[in-house]
Ligand binder design. Structure first.
Ligand code: ZN
Length: 74
């Protein structure tokens, strides 16, 4: 391999790697975007404050009065 071929090959693999990284993040963002309201809604039984938290938590602490609350269902 000549030196310019090595450089060309190196640049190409670098670009290909970058391309796949961009593709990966685009795919991940697309997967996340259609469901923006996956968060659970909580309504504080102490002060009535309505807030959201991650969907994987069952109990969430109220940011206003620190009381633990269960998920609020409409
Ligand atoms: Zn509260």
């Amino acid at each position: 391999m000549r030196l310019d071929q090595i450089i060309l090959f190196y640049l190409f693999s670098l670009l290909a790697g970058l391309f796949f990284v961009v593709l990966y993040y685009r795919f991940r963002r697309k997967k996340l975007e259609p469901e923006p309201s996956e968060d659970r809604v909580f309504r504080c039984s102490g002060c009535g404050y309505v807030y959201t938290d991650d969907s994987d938590v069952v109990f969430s602490k109220c940011p206003q009065c620190m009381k633990m609350n269960e998920e609020f269902r409409f």
